[in-house]
Design a protein around this ligand. Structure first.
Ligand SMILES: Nc1ncnc2c1ncn2[C@@H]1O[C@H](COP(=O)(O)OP(=O)(O)OP(=O)(O)O)[C@@H](O)[C@H]1O
Ligand SMILES: [Mg+2]
Length: 324
């Protein structure tokens, strides 16, 4: 299988800030790579370099066999892009926006109109098709922008945080649409802050931070890489939470997570059921009453927390570093 996207040691600086610090990866044709990372990690910069909107300061990259600097014009004919901030003409209607994209891609008037109607239906925008985009809600703008990226049926798609700002129903619908596209052979590079999105859509996930890849693999591989198990337990009263945290700090092999409102603590541990037995024994010795306790594998949220030292955005839990 050949690679639809390749990046080798990409570097991009904005003055003092190094947004991309030697980023390398490849995306085999027909697969999905998710770039996952906190704010400022360099995700949008990577997308902008790969879509020829920004020249790299170092390294090289190709998309559909075209070099991003030497072959930019040809490259652009193979890609669809939906940026982090919707790029639509406010004064045109939804249908007109899509038809305009069709004509930019030389689809012809008739074909552009047909394609626009088809996409409006697919993105559940038929009812709003003839209204100016300036009256659209945030979620509707998001969808019309995504539809725009698909007008020319490009073989390689770049979607920068495609579902940020969408409600859960719209997000699920979009995931289905994206899955269909990829099943049809498209290659997709997607950036996201949602673990669930990466888990659901991506063949490979690359976790980036400070412009560097800090981990890469399938969701399962990343979970294995982070390793260990998690003990999740709930205590019976707020007063016991602190004692429990102090006791658990002795067995924690990484950052503990505490949700004070639900009296829940999550602790990374080495070992399996024997670790759980030991924890329960220690807590009993300290007089902490435990409502429920269990052992589980790491989730992608744990991967993210372990690798970046930051909580995954969107998770409402409060992170507290394990006491040393
Ligand atoms: N036009 C710019 N001028 C100066 N600095 C910039 C510019 N664009 C991005 N940066 C900086 O480059 C770094 C990477 O930014 P980038 O937008 O690629 O991150 P991101 O991963 O997309 O973040 P987010 O999740 O917030 O969208 C950040 O430190 C950012 O402040
Ligand atoms: Mg971004």
């Amino acid at each position: 299988m050949s690679d639809a996207i390749t990046a080798e040691g990409l570097v991009k600086r904005y003055g003092e800030v190094t947004a991309l610090d030697g980023l390398s990866f490849s995306v085999p044709q027909g697969t999905v790579l998710a770039l996952l990372g906190p704010n400022g990690a360099g995700k949008t910069t990577a997308v902008r370099v790969l879509t020829t909107l920004l020249p790299p300061d170092g390294g090289r990259a190709t998309v559909a066999g075209c070099d991003v600097t030497r072959d930019a014009r040809r490259l652009r004919s193979y890609i669809g892009l939906s940026g982090q901030y919707a790029a639509v003409d406010e004064h045109l209607t939804g249908a007109e926006n899509l038809e305009m994209v069709g004509r930019l891609y030389h689809l012809g008037v008739k074909r552009s109109k047909a394609r626009a109607r088809e996409l409006l239906e697919r993105f559940d925008l038929t009812g709003a098709a003839d209204r100016p985009v300036k009256g659209y809600s945030g979620g509707m703008r998001r969808r019309i922008d995504l539809a725009g990226a698909l007008v020319a049926d490009p073989p390689v798609l770049f979607l920068d945080e495609p579902t940020t700002g969408l409600d859960p129903r719209a997000r699920a619908a979009l995931w289905d649409t994206i899955s269909e596209l990829v099943a049809g052979g498209s290659t997709l590079l997607l950036t996201t802050q949602y673990m669930e999105e990466a888990d659901r859509l991506a063949d490979q996930i690359m976790v980036v931070d400070h412009g560097r890849a800090i981990a890469r693999g399938t969701a399962d591989e990343l979970k294995d890489q982070v390793g260990g198990n998690r003990i999740e337990l709930t205590v019976t009263g707020a007063a016991e939470l602190e004692t429990a945290r102090r006791t658990l700090a002795w067995v924690a092999v990484g950052a503990m997570r505490t949700v004070p409102e639900s009296l829940r603590i999550t602790v990374p541990v080495t070992g399996g059921p024997e670790a759980l037995r030991e924890v329960l024994g220690r807590l009993a010795d300290e007089g902490v009453r435990v409502r429920d306790a269990g052992l589980r594998r790491p989730t992608l949220d744990d991967v993210y927390l372990t690798l970046t030292g930051r909580q995954a955005p969107g998770a409402e839990e409060q992170v507290q570093e394990a006491a040393r």
